[in-house]
Design a protein around this ligand. Structure first.
Ligand SMILES: Cc1ncc(COP(=O)(O)O)c(C=O)c1O
Length: 499
């Protein structure tokens, strides 16, 4: 690979040229490169608008790139060790939908862990694919569902030799990875396509000190959020592919079905420049971050009531590997839930954490993290401990349970079934017609087609009471006292559905 090529930012360079070329714009967008005044323009500056154009002459088309977008995508693929890359302006969410829809047809079996992001469930609804859910490893001490073991995936492959694809999360939200290389080899031996969710793994492509990437593992296709950990603007993501298993025509057509015909030039430019920065500076910056993270972990370990879930812990508990730029802190020994700490950190210390679970909170470190911010974080945990470690015995014990509801039908069938809205407590033993999750992490507690149990109802109530951002995907109602269930009496169940 020639470094001189990676110095280039073909799309961003052309976009800058266009924005400053004194063009008379008679196309959209209607702000005409910032010739309309508004509060955003006043705050962020006119330059923001100069970079927002919609495929004028010379700037190529995302739906069928042959010019500067194609060039930028090729550089991205080259930098990340892939054969091809596709720019996405609607996040990894759109990438996951496109992967599932382009690889699986209706009723194709797909082997996947149950703790997938909601976009995967939506991909199942849209495609009509038949999920074969496998159980992720559950850590009761930390209160999370995490990676999958090779053994579990192997068993699912052995029992479902007609499956079309295997879907793996690399890494999970918490930075834990499965043995993707071994899984990929085994899936390929059985002629299955390997799809990967790398929403949290863009940094893997730029540092040998982090777990290996999906492309290094030989996976066929992956969706990666450049915006989460590689410096892109929010929603800028990519799809990467390798090998012969992907039908590129179908993938292109699917992406064009899902993406706007007016993709954001700002987001595409941010992909172009994020790639260049990560390529030249990522490795050194990630080394720095790993060093800072280590110091922070050492300090946090000495704080009473706080436990750091580090690599040693994770490896001892059977994980294959982990990303040490993620800082997992268990707080429930302070008598507080992760949700409480998430709120207190913002309210009292102006510190924004990435997510909370019942027992822990997650802090994401990237090449943008500073030493000063990490020091503030450690100090805040110290103060938190000083206050709550004394009174913890009077606080209620934080419970954790993670169970997997039984599936009654494909998600698609339940989604399209006639529905009734009932009170949560009246929904026990009924079939859910919707997904309900806390966001983040956006992993559904229940999905369409699963049977609602007492534990599901208890979990939803717990999360609601604890202030987790509960989201329901159908009515988008955050006040979840009600749930949509399948109206069984009026439902004609698809014959090829689950037994
Ligand atoms: C595991 C996982 N996959 C996929 C996504 C979707 O990514 P994006 O926000 O880029 O659409 C997320 C987002 O949080 C995620 O956590």
């Amino acid at each position: 690979m020639k470094d001189s090529n990676q110095e280039k930012t073909p799309f961003f360079t052309k976009l800058k040229e266009y924005g400053t070329s004194h063009v008379a714009p008679f196309d959209v967008p209607g702000h005409k490169l910032g010739r309309i005044e508004n509060d955003l323009q006043k705050f962020a500056g006119k330059k923001l608008y100069l970079l927002d154009s919609n495929a004028p002459v010379g700037l190529d088309h995302l739906s069928f790139p042959t010019g500067v977008i194609a060039e930028a995508q090729n550089l991205m693929a080259e930098a990340m060790g892939a054969d091809r890359s596709y720019f996405l302006t609607n996040g990894t969410t759109s990438g996951i939908l496109a992967m599932v829809l382009s690889v699986c047809k209706a009723n194709d079996k797909i082997i996947l862990p149950r703790n997938v992001h909601k976009s995967v469930i939506n991909g199942l609804i849209l495609s009509g694919a038949m999920p074969i859910f496998i159980k992720p490893n559950i850590d009761e001490f930390v209160g999370i569902a995490n990676d999958v073991s090779f053994k579990t995936v192997k068993q699912a492959i052995d029992e479902n030799q007609d499956a079309k694809a295997v879907f793996i999360i690399n890494p999970t939200y918490f930075g834990v990875v499965s043995d993707l290389r071994k899984i990929t080899d085994y899936a390929h031996k059985h002629n299955m396509t390997v799809m990967v969710d790398e929403a949290h793994g863009a940094q893997f492509y730029f540092s040998p000190r982090l777990p290996y990437s999906a492309m290094e593992a030989g996976a066929d296709i992956t969706a990666t959020s450049m915006h989460k950990t590689a410096g892109g603007l929010t929603q800028s993501s990519i799809i990467l592919t390798k090998g012969e298993r992907i039908d590129h025509q179908r993938l292109r057509a699917t992406l064009n079905m899902l993406q706007s015909t007016s993709p954001s030039s700002l987001l595409m430019a941010s992909l172009d420049v994020a790639r260049k920065t990560m390529y030249f500076k990522g490795r050194a910056k990630i080394n720095e971050i790993l060093k800072l993270a280590k110091i922070a972990r050492e300090k946090l370990k000495n704080i009473p009531g706080i436990s750091v879930i580090d690599k040693d812990y994770l490896l001892e508990h059977g994980c294959y590997d982990c990303d040490e730029t993620k800082l997992m802190v268990k707080v429930s020994d302070l008598g507080l839930s992760g949700f409480d700490v998430y709120q207190i950190m913002k309210r009292n210390y102006n510190i924004q954490l990435e997510l909370a679970e019942s027992h822990m909170v997650l802090c994401v470190l990237t090449i943008g993290t500073t030493k000063q911010d990490l020091e503030r974080l450690v100090l805040a945990f110290k103060k938190l401990s000083e206050k709550y470690n004394k009174i913890k015995t009077s606080l209620p014990k934080i419970e954790f349970h993670y169970q997997f509801p039984e599936a009654y039908s494909r998600p698609r069938d339940a989604y399209h079934a006639p529905k009734i809205l009932v009170k949560l407590e009246d929904a026990i033993d009924e079939i859910s017609a919707e997904s309900i999750m806390i966001y983040p992490p956006g992993i559904p507690i229940i999905i369409p087609g699963e049977i609602i149990t007492e534990t599901v109802v208890k979990d939803i109530k717990f999360y609601k009471q604890k202030g987790g951002a509960l989201q329901s995907d159908i009515d988008n109602d955050t006040d979840i006292d009600y749930v949509q269930i399948v109206d069984k009496e009026n439902w004609i169940k698809y014959e090829g559905d689950l037994e």
